[in-house]
Design a binder for this molecule. Sequence first.
Ligand SMILES: CC(C)(COP(=O)(O)OP(=O)(O)OC[C@H]1O[C@@H](n2cnc3c(N)ncnc32)[C@H](O)[C@@H]1OP(=O)(O)O)[C@@H](O)C(=O)NCCC(=O)NCCS
Length: 146
Amino acid sequence: MLVVEQAAFAGRSLYPEFFFAQALDMSSEGFLVAEHEGEVVGYVIAVIGQGGKRQGWLQSLGVHPAHQRRGVGSNLTARAEEFLAQEGQKEAVLTVAPENTVARRLYSRLGYTEIERLEDYFGEGDDRLLMALPLVEPTSGKPAIT
Ligand SMILES: CC(C)(COP(=O)(O)OP(=O)(O)OC[C@H]1O[C@@H](n2cnc3c(N)ncnc32)[C@H](O)[C@@H]1OP(=O)(O)O)[C@@H](O)C(=O)NCCC(=O)NCCS
């Protein structure tokens, strides 16, 4: 997991190992990984939002550079949305760095729209764009997520 994080977010802010350990405890069903030949090559963390807004968050998404551009990021995002919809969330939201054109393109391609620019979101000068996608309510029971 850390290998993916360090490679995917090289040169940017990284989540430390203890973050992933705790995320597994706190959001285990929404913490999904993609594997290739037994190795984790990508991950997404989806979290139920607070305040009864039925807004689920994509907290983080990363794919190892050696496995990018093969649909892994799109698949992980789709599975995270599926999880959030099953949990009764009406909307998926996320923040992305304005300069992260690759991620912005991915999210736009998947139907997310830019809602607003959050100035100084992660500290002075560290803005984020808030993006959102309406979720479709699942029609029947809970499909298994692995
Ligand atoms: C963003 C990220 C998760 C995308 O993962 P991925 O597995 O490559 O994504 P996909 O293969 O599903 O790509 C889907 C679309 O995203 C866009 N995209 C992905 N990589 C791209 C690149 N290097 N250049 C331009 N567009 C790109 C394209 O529109 C692509 O569709 P296409 O290949 O049909 O043109 C991956 O690049 C990554 O881990 N980046 C670093 C971490 C990061 O920025 N995470 C998001 C934080 S909000």
